[in-house]
Design a protein around this ligand. Structure first.
Ligand code: CA
Length: 394
C-alpha cells in the first residue's frame, strides 16, 4: 500500500494518529466498562497504525542476489533463498532480496564480478571459484588435507580467518561472510578404479579448487563444469570422474546412474566453506541495524547449512547403499599417502603466487598446526574410539 493510500484509509493525518494515543489515555479515566473495552480496542488500533506508519516511512531496500548454484538445488540454492527470507523477516520487510540461480541473471562464474561491479548487491558461491582473480581466495573454501568444518569455523570466528578474507575481498569492493560448510565431502564418482596413484594419469575429472591442481599434478586432466552440466558429461564419457559434495547431491543429480564407484573420503575438500559476498557500497549504505540483521542472518544460515548437510547426507547415503546398491569404496591408504605431498606442493606453489596468498597461507598453516594438535587428543582420539561402532556394513 502506498503511504498516501494508507493515511487516506486510516482517515487521519500523521499528527492525528500519533496524538490519538495520548488523547485516548486521558479519556480512559472515569469511563464505563463498555467504553473501556472500546478504548482498549482503539488504543490497540492506534498502536498498529503507528507501527505501520513507522514501517512505511522507513527507507526500503530491494536487492538482488546471484548464485553459482543450479535452481532449487538442496541446501545450496535452498540456503540462499532461506537467507533472503530470513533477512526479510528479521528486517520486517525493510530489506528484500530477490534470489537468482546460476544463469538466471548472470552465468555462475560471473557472479563475483557482477557483485563487485555493483550490478547486483549479493552473491553466493565457493571462494575457490575466484582463484583467477586472486589466488588467496582459495584458502577460504577448502585446502586439501586441511581443516574440517569445525576447524574452518574456528579459523573464521575464533582466529583471523574472516578478517583476512575481508582483506582479500576489499580490493574487489566486496564484503565476504562465511556461508556454512558442506562438511567432509566425498572423494567422488568414478568410472575407473583407483588402485594406485598412477590410476589418476589421464583421468578426466571434474574437480575444482586446489584439489583439482593436485589431480593435475598426479597426471589427471581437470575439467571445470558447473553443477548442471556434470551428469551428461559423465554419462557420455567426457568425464571419467566427478566430485560434488556428498551423498545428498549424488542422489539428487543421479550420478549413481552414470558412475560405477563412489569413493571416499574427500581428502581434497575436508570442510568446504560456502560464501555470501556483498557489494561493499550497498552493504555500507544500509543503516547499522540492517547491517547487523544481515550479519546475524548469515551466521544463522551458516549453522543451518552444515546441519542440513550432515543430516541429509546421512539419510541419502542409506538410500544410495540400500536402494541403489552403490559400491561405496575407500581410496587405498597408499593413494592418500601419495596425494598428501603433492597437495602440500600445490598449496606452497599457490601461496607463492601473490603476497596476499602468502599471508593467508601463513595464517592457515599456523592455525591448522595449533588446532590440529589439539584435535589429535580431542576429536581424533574420540573418533578413533567411537567410530568402531559405525561402518558401512552396519
Ligand atoms: Ca567439491
Amino acid at each position: 500500500m502506498e503511504r498516501r493510500d494508507f493515511l487516506k484509509k486510516a482517515g487521519v493525518g500523521t499528527a492525528a494518529v500519533v496524538g490519538a494515543g495520548a488523547a485516548l489515555s486521558s479519556t480512559l479515566v472515569g469511563c464505563g466498562k463498555g467504553d473501556q473495552a472500546e478504548v482498549e480496542n482503539l488504543k490497540k488500533e492506534v498502536e498498529e497504525y503507528k507501527g505501520k506508519l513507522a514501517t512505511l516511512t522507513k527507507k526500503k531496500f530491494k536487492w538482488k542476489m546471484v548464485t553459482t548454484w543450479p535452481p532449487k538445488l538442496d541446501v545450496l540454492q535452498e540456503g540462499c533463498e532461506r537467507l533472503a527470507k530470513r533477512i526479510g523477516e528479521l528486517s520486517d520487510g525493510q530489506l528484500e532480496i530477490q534470489v537468482f540461480a546460476a544463469g538466471e541473471l548472470v552465468p555462475a562464474m560471473e557472479s563475483f564480478q557482477a557483485v563487485s561491479d555493483g550490478t547486483v548487491e549479493v552473491g553466493s558461491g565457493a571462494s575457490y571459484y575466484w582463484a583467477g582473480k586472486e589466488p588467496a581466495t582459495q584458502w577460504f573454501a577448502a585446502v586439501p588435507f586441511g581443516l574440517n568444518a569445525q576447524g574452518m569455523s574456528a579459523w573464521f570466528h575464533g582466529a583471523d580467518g574472516l578478517k583476512l578474507w575481508e582483506e582479500v575481498y576489499a580490493p574487489f569492493n566486496l564484503i565476504p561472510r562465511p556461508g556454512g560448510s558442506t562438511g567432509v565431502q566425498m572423494g567422488g564418482w568414478f568410472n575407473k578404479k583407483i588402485n594406485t596413484i598412477d590410476d589418476f594419469k589421464g583421468l578426466k575429472m571434474r574437480i575444482p579448487g586446489l584439489g583439482g591442481k593436485v589431480i593435475a599434478k598426479a597426471g589427471g586432466t581437470v575439467v571445470l563444469l558447473p553443477g548442471g552440466e556434470i551428469f551428461t558429461s559423465l554419462e557420455r564419457g567426457v568425464l571419467d570422474a566427478t566430485e560434488w559434495v556428498g551423498p545428498l547431491h549424488g542422489l539428487r543429480f543421479g550420478f549413481f546412474k552414470a558412475a560405477k564407484y563412489y569413493y571416499y573420503p574427500g581428502w581434497h575438500e575436508p570442510g568446504t566453506y560456502l560464501e555470501y559476498f556483498f557489494n561493499k557500497k550497498a552493504y555500507e549504505s544500509l543503516p547499522k541495524e540492517l547491517q547487523q540483521i544481515v550479519d546475524a542472518a548469515c551466521v544463522e544460515n551458516e549453522h543451518w547449512v552444515l546441519a542440513q548437510f550432515d543430516a541429509r547426507n546421512g539419510a541419502a547415503l542409506q538410500t544410495l547403499i540400500n536402494e541403489h546398491k552403490v559400491p561405496v569404496v575407500p581410496f587405498p591408504d597408499s593413494v592418500l599417502e601419495a596425494l598428501m605431498p603433492m597437495a602440500e606442493a600445490v598449496v606452497e606453489e599457490e601461496a607463492a603466487k601473490s603476497p596476499m596468498a602468502t599471508k593467508v597461507h601463513e595464517s592457515f598453516k599456523k592455525f591448522s598446526k595449533e588446532v590440529g594438535t589439539w584435535g589429535s587428543i580431542s576429536e581424533k582420539a574420540y573418533y578413533n574410539g567411537i567410530m568402531k561402532k559405525y561402518s558401512l556394513k552396519g
